[in-house]
Ligand binder design. Structure first.
Ligand code: PHB
Length: 546
C-alpha cells in the first residue's frame, strides 16, 4: 500500500521508527528475504542506515542476518500476534471457520475491514492446485472481493471519498501485491451497486473478480451492537462451483456458522487482561552492551505494539508507558508515530492497534514451517559443536528427517532431508516414541541392526520409560556400529512432542559421559530457542511440522 518512507514527517514523529518500519514493510513485500543492497534500493535509505536498522532488528530477534541477506524471523510475529490477541476474533472464531472448511471441503477465511480494503485474519485452506490462496495479513482491495461490499455498507462519505481517490491513483491495484494487477478498468458504479445489494441481501459474491476461476461467498459476523466484526468467506473454484451454485448450495450452512459465531461472540466472557506477552528481550540490556549500531528509538517504538493484547485492546498513554517501562514522553512519541503511519488508532484518550500491524511480516511468516524455524538454530548448534545436527518427525514406526546440518559424514548411508530410519533404534525416534502411551507406539518386529540393538520389547519399553523421565535419549552403536547420537524432544505450545532434534557423531569424538555433560546442555538450549519461536509462530497459525 502507501510507501511509508515518502509520508511527510510529522512534528514529534520518531524518524528512526518510521525508517525501521519501512524496512520491515519492504522485507515483507519481498516475501521475507532481501539482500541489504536490495533494501537500500527499495527503501531509498542510505546503506549505513539500512545496516544499522538491520542490526537493531536482528538484536531484537525480528530479522536474521544471513550473509548479505536480511531474513524476517518468526519472533516478529509477536507484533501481529498483539493485534490478533487484542482483537479476540481469531481465538473465538477460528475453530468454527476450520470446522466449516472441513464440513464443506472448501477453503474458509475470516477478514476484517482495513480502511477501504480488507485484510485476512484467518485462513482454513484446502490444498488445491488450481488457484492462488491468500495468507493471514494479506490486504485486498474491497471492490475485488466478496467481503468488500459487506464492509462498505458501513462506510462513511469520507471512506467512499478515500476509496475513489485510491482507485484513481492506482487503477491497476499495484498497491496490493497479493492480487494480480487489474487488466480491465471497472467503473465505480459496479461496486456501489454490489454494496447496495449486499446491504439488502446480507451476503455477497465474488465471481472471479480477483482471477479467473476464483469464486467466493461471504457473510458478515456482527457484534452484539450490530456492527460487522469480521466477514466469513467460503472460497471455491469454477471447476467445482459457479458463483451462483456456491450461493444456492452453501448459503444455508454458511448462515448456520455465522449464527453460531455471533452466539460465541455474545457469550464470550471477558478475560482478565493478560500481562503483556512479548516485551522485547533487549529492554533489560544496556545501550553499551547493545552496541553503537543499536537504534534504541526504533526498538522502543516497536515494543509499544507488544503492550497490546488479549484484554488490552484499548490502552491509554499511561498504560502503554507502564506496560513497556518507557518514559511517558517516549511512549507518546512512539504512539504518535505509529498513529501517523496507520498502525495505531486514537479514540479519545485510548489507543488501539489497527489491522495494518499485520503488514509487518505476517503474510510470509504465517507460512513458516517447523523445519524453517529450526534450520538456523541447527546451523548454530552444529557450528558450535562441530557435529551434525538434525530435526525429524515420527511417521508410524519410522523417523523422517525434516532438516539437517551435516558437518561430516559419519554414517554409511547418506542422510538427507526425507531419509527414513527405524524409530526404535535411533535417539530421535526414542524421544518421540517415549512421549506416546504404550498402546500408541507402533513398533515393528525389532531387528538387530548391530550386535548392540535392543530387540527385546520389554527392555525397549523400559528404556522408553527412562527416556521419558530423563527428557533425552542416547543411542550408542545400536543403529550402526561407531555411531553415537543424543536427542531431545521438541514440544509445541500445548506441550505435545511434535518433533525431535539430535546431535550425531562418531563414537571416538566423545565419551557417553561427555555427550551428556557437554552436548546435552547445548542441545537443550537450542531446542528451547526452537520452541520459543514455535510458540510465537503457532499462536494464531498452524505451523506445519514437515
Ligand atoms: C480468500 O479467502 O481467499 C478469499 C475470500 C474472499 C474473496 C476472495 C478470496 O472474495
Amino acid at each position: 500500500m502507501s510507501s511509508t518512507h515518502l509520508t511527510p514527517a510529522k512534528p514529534d514523529a520518531v524518524a528512526p521508527l518510521m525508517r525501521g518500519i519501512t524496512v520491515l514493510r519492504r522485507l515483507t513485500e519481498a516475501g521475507g528475504t532481501s539482500s541489504l543492497s536490495g533494501l537500500e534500493k527499495t527503501t531509498g535509505l542510505a546503506r549505513s542506515t539500512v545496516d544499522r536498522i538491520a542490526a537493531t532488528l536482528a538484536r531484537m530477534g525480528y530479522v536474521r542476518l544471513d550473509g548479505r541477506d536480511a531474513v524476517l524471523a518468526p519472533r516478529l510475529m509477536e507484533l501481529g500476534n498483539a493485534y490478533l490477541a487484542a482483537l479476540r476474533l481469531p481465538r473465538l472464531l477460528d475453530g468454527r471457520a476450520d470446522a466449516l472448511a472441513d464440513e464443506l471441503d472448501e477453503s474458509v477465511s475470516l477478514a476484517v475491514r482495513d480502511r477501504d480494503g480488507i485484510r485476512f485474519i484467518h485462513q482454513a485452506t484446502r490444498r488445491r492446485a488450481m488457484s492462488l490462496s491468500f495468507r493471514i495479513g494479506d490486504p485486498l482491495p474491497a471492490e475485488r472481493t466478496a467481503p468488500g461490499p459487506l464492509f462498505a455498507t458501513e462506510w462513511t462519505p469520507e471512506d467512499w471519498a478515500r476509496w475513489r481517490e485510491r482507485r484513481s491513483a492506482d487503477p491497476e491495484d499495484r498497491g496490493f501485491p497479493a492480487v494480480p494487477p487489474r487488466e480491465h478498468p471497472v467503473g465505480d458504479e459496479e461496486f456501489e451497486k454490489r454494496t447496495r445489494e449486499a446491504g439488502a441481501q446480507g451476503w455477497a459474491l465474488d465471481d472471479q473478480l480477483i482471477e479467473p476461476g476464483l469464486v467466493a461467498l461471504s457473510m458478515p459476523v456482527r457484534e452484539h451492537g450490530g456492527r460487522i466484526a469480521c466477514v466469513v468467506s467460503v472460497v471455491s473454484h469454477t471447476s467445482r462451483h459457479t458463483a451462483d451454485s456456491l450461493r444456492d448450495t452453501l448459503l444455508p450452512r454458511l448462515r448456520a456458522t455465522v449464527r453460531a459465531m455471533e452466539r460465541d461472540l455474545r457469550e464470550a466472557p471477558d478475560r482478565p487482561p493478560a500481562a503483556p506477552a512479548g516485551l522485547a528481550t533487549w529492554t533489560g540490556a544496556s545501550k553499551q552492551e547493545l552496541g553503537r549500531e543499536f537504534i534504541e528509538s526504533l526498538a522502543r517504538g516497536l515494543t509499544v505494539i507488544t503492550a497490546f493484547g488479549e484484554g488490552r485492546a484499548e490502552l491509554t498513554l499511561t498504560e502503554v508507558a507502564q506496560a513497556t517501562g518507557l518514559a511517558r514522553a517516549t511512549a507518546r512519541r512512539a504512539l504518535i508515530t505509529l498513529e501517523h503511519l496507520g498502525y495505531v488508532a486514537a479514540h479519545g484518550r485510548a489507543f488501539t492497534l489497527t489491522p495494518r500491524v499485520l503488514a509487518l511480516g505476517f503474510p510470509p511468516l504465517s507460512r513458516t514451517t517447523l523445519p524453517q524455524i529450526a534450520a538456523p538454530h541447527l546451523a548454530e548448534l552444529a557450528d558450535r559443536l562441530h557435529d551434525s545436527a538434525s530435526l525429524a518427525v515420527l511417521t508410524g514406526d519410522e523417523i523422517q528427517y525434516t532438516a539437517r546440518v551435516a558437518t561430516s559424514r559419519i554414517m554409511s548411508v547418506n542422510i538427507t532431508v526425507g531419509t527414513r530410519l527405524p524409530a526404535y533404534a535411533t535417539s530421535l525416534g526414542r524421544v518421540m516414541l517415549a512421549d506416546l502411551a504404550p498402546a500408541e507406539r507402533h513398533l515393528p518386529e525389532l531387528r538387530a541392526l548391530t550386535p548392540h540393538t535392543v530387540t527385546d520389547p520389554a527392555l525397549l519399553a523400559a528404556t522408553l520409560d527412562r527416556v521419558r523421565e530423563a527428557g533425552y535419549a542416547l543411542v550408542d552403536g545400536e543403529l550402526e556400529e561407531g555411531l553415537r547420537s543424543i536427542a531431545v524432544p521438541v514440544r509445541d505450545r500445548t506441550g505435545r512432542v511434535v518433533a525431535a532434534v539430535n546431535v550425531a557423531m562418531h563414537s571416538s569424538r566423545r565419551t557417553v559421559a561427555q555427550c551428556v555433560g557437554e552436548v546435552l546442555p547445548e542441545l537443550r538450549e537450542t531446542v528451547g530457542r526452537i520452541e520459543a519461536d514455535l510458540r510465537v509462530a503457532g499462536r494464531f497459525t498452524r505451523v506445519p511440522v514437515a
